[in-house]
Design a protein around this ligand. Structure first.
Ligand code: ATP
Ligand code: MG
Length: 640
């Protein structure tokens, strides 16, 4: 006799529900996605006790004809695909035909719906997967789904629910992301009779973002619009001045679907490389459209993860698109953006912070009322004109780091007839420097397109220089700006010439135990990159060689590099990381310091150098190199 039983549909659905319906937010996601697929442009979500005892979703979509009402709760019942091949080019959010049966298996559902063609609508009740009754009813075109007592028949699941506030917070987070996905749809989220969130539904992403992040923050974001070979990108990304402590404020939408993606997040981070401080993350709302045949959305029942074909090419194209969008004069920090109290603690910003899902937090229930939303106005993002590049042929001759110019070690003046100060030379021979001397034209970057034409206007001791240009007044941090200039130069030089140089005397490194493990793990990578290390036993190492022309303090630079790796131990010791680190360390050390007097000629040399940087607007550590006070700002301040 067979031991195997085929489970009945209700039991099978109950089991399958485990994958799709984890908590109230998953129910809301499925229901709202159905509303979007049904063409709704108004969707309201009402929660009772964070959705644990009640969720009601009302939409003004196409609705369902009476005969579909009974079908829609059956497993694999869908109107969105007809055959397996359709999976290759999915343009709807749903397609698996399992959300409604899964939800109905673990709750009590009432569905009311009507299409335009029908005079009367239909109401149906289904409890724990078992149909109760179906009756005709009067209702507007669209669909209303009410869910009561989630997990009433699966106590194990119910036990894992958090507090009502925590569940509400997750739903708020979801709805704000869906609102960013579909700025043309008016979303409303209520808890009881309180409106927690409502999006304008004007079709403008900026309007929607203003409600979520606050108007001021949106004004500090750059618009991105890119159409390329493989993909197109539209959306908003924050200027380097606006960052957050987590990736929570990054929103990626592939073909209209909100997804979580470490891959896209890391590309975004790469685009901001050296533009923002370590440990900070940009805000982004990125709509990326890719040929649907190149995307597999059927990876997980929740459809929040996807697979992409041609990842390498996508990475390259997206990175270029993002980097170009960041390298524009509008990325310059405006004075208004760093005024105290500008962006912090506005009601909306505070709410955005609150929306962060803190697993076990007992934070207060989200309180913002609709009236607290800033008035929605068309956001006038700072309009920086793209200036034509200058055509003067003058090239900046960088002071080489070991060459002592007449006016001091780090003069910005051309190094003519300077000699190498032997005393400062470390026990490595600076081969590249030699090479540079022989061919001083090795490093000749072109001017950055759109960098403002700046006229030096004096120095503000101890560390700032002033300049003016078409965009208004500019205050330049001489150290940060020089650091950026030197960093890009050193990166270029190191990138062209990396080789280990053996030290005459090995340096002994006593390393804390956890860092020693890191060295052991990466010792081969380090060796390949010019740091020749030998494990001396225990937590002691000998540093026998260092990258050629890299450093005057090899030990310090190596330990710094190690500390940086320690912050993120899973990071691979890649060549770029090491070069980047070395270049930044060298630039920081060699850049002019606060208090150093600048002549007009030196100021001009600095500004010219900055104009030729690839990323001129921040230092390699992500601090601004220059701040702009626009003509409009000046007029406003002087009450003109
Ligand atoms: N709000 C709605 N308006 C109109 N039709 C709806 C609505 N919700 C569900 N439907 C219909 O019910 C069907 C089943 O919905 P269900 O969410 O279970 O599956 P799906 O959306 O097709 O796929 P998935 O399981 O991936 O979400 C849908 O294909 C659609 O035809
Ligand atoms: Mg669905």
């Amino acid at each position: 006799m067979s031991n195997i039983t085929i489970l009945d549909e209700a039991t099978a659905n109950k089991i399958a529900a485990g994958e799709v319906v984890e908590r109230p937010v998953s129910v809301v996601k499925e229901l709202v996605e159905n509303s979007l697929d049904a063409g709704a442009n108004r969707i309201s979500v009402e929660l009772t006790q964070g959705g644990i005892t009640g969720i009601k979703v009302v939409d003004n979509g196409y609705g369902m004809p009476a005969e579909d009402v009974q079908l829609c709760f059956l497993r694999h019942a869908t109107s969105k695909i007809k055959r397996a091949e359709d999976l290759n080019s999915i343009l709807t959010l749903g397609f698996r035909g399992e959300a409604l049966p899964s939800i109905a298996a673990v709750s009590k559902v009432t569905l009311t719906t009507r299409t335009e063609d029908e005079l009367a609508g239909t109401t149906m009740q289904i409890e724990g997967g078992y149909m109760q009754n179906v009756v005709p009813t009067g209702c507007p075109v669209g669909t209303i789904i009410e869910i009561k007592d989630l997990f009433f028949n699966t106590p194990a699941r119910r036990k894992f629910l958090k507090t009502a506030n925590a569940e509400t917070s997750q739903v708020s987070d979801l709805i704000t992301r869906l609102a960013m996905a579909r700025p043309d749809v008016r979303f409303e989220l209520r808890s009881g009779n309180r409106v927690l969130f409502s999006s304008p539904g004007t079709g403008s992403l900026k309007d929607t973002a203003a409600v979520i992040f606050g108007l001021d923050n949106v004004r500090s974001m750059l618009e991105i619009g890119y159409q390329g070979k493989l993909l197109s990108v539209a959306g908003l990304i924050s200027k380097p001045v606006l960052t957050r402590a987590s990736r929570h404020y990054q929103n990626f939408f592939i073909n209209g679907r909100y997804i979580r993606s470490g891959f896209l997040s890391s590309i975004l981070q790469q685009a901001y490389d050296t533009l923002i401080p370590a440990g900070r993350f940009p805000i982004a709302i990125l709509h990326i459209d890719i040929d649907p045949t190149q995307v597999d959305v059927n990876v997980h029942p929740t459809k929040m993860e996807i697979r992409m074909a041609r990842e390498g090419e996508i990475q390259e194209e997206l990175l270029a698109a993002l980097s170009d969008s960041l390298n524009v004069p509008t990325a310059i920090t405006g004075l208004w953006e760093i005024m105290p109290g500008r962006t912090k603690n506005t009601a909306t910003d505070q709410r955005a912070e609150n929306l962060e899902v803190k697993p076990d937090s007992k934070e207060k229930e989200l309180q913002p009322k609709e009236s607290q939303h800033p008035r929605l106005v068309a956001c006038d993002l700072p309009s920086g004109k793209i200036m034509p590049p200058r055509h003067d042929q003058e090239q900046l001759h960088f002071s080489s780091r070991r060459i002592a110019p007449v006016r001091g070690k780090n003069s910005l003046l051309p190094d003519e007839g300077s000699s190498i100060n032997r005393e400062e030379i470390p026990p490595v021979v600076d081969v590249k420097e030699q090479q540079l001397k022989e061919n001083p034209n090795t490093y000749q970057p072109a001017e950055t397109l759109g960098f403002p034409v700046l006229v030096p206007a004096g120095q503000v001791p101890p560390t700032y220089v002033l300049a003016h240009g078409e965009g208004g007044l500019y205050i330049i941090d001489q150290h940060a700006a020089h650091e950026r200039v030197l960093y890009e130069k050193y990166l270029y030089l190191l990138g062209n010439y990396v080789e280990a140089q053996m030290l005459l005397e090995p340096l002994t490194l006593e390393i804390p135990h956890h860092e020693a493990q890191l060295i052991i793990k990466h010792i081969v990578d380090f060796n390949e990159l010019g740091f020749i290390l030998e494990h001396f036993g225990g937590d002691t190492f000998l540093l026998r060689g260092v990258p050629t022309n890299a450093i005057t303090e090899p030990k310090e630079v190596f330990l710094d590099l190690l500390a940086r790796l320690q912050e993120n131990p899973s990071q691979k010791v890649e060549k770029n990381l090491v070069l980047d680190h070395l270049a930044a360390a060298m630039a920081c050390r060699d850049a002019v310091k606060s208090g150093q007097h600048f002549s007009a000629v030196e100021t001009k040399a600095l500004l010219d150098g900055l104009a030729r940087c690839q990323k001129p607007y921040t230092c390699p550590h992500g601090r601004p190199t220059l701040i702009q006070i626009s003509q409009e700002e000046l007029k406003k301040r002087f009450k003109r």
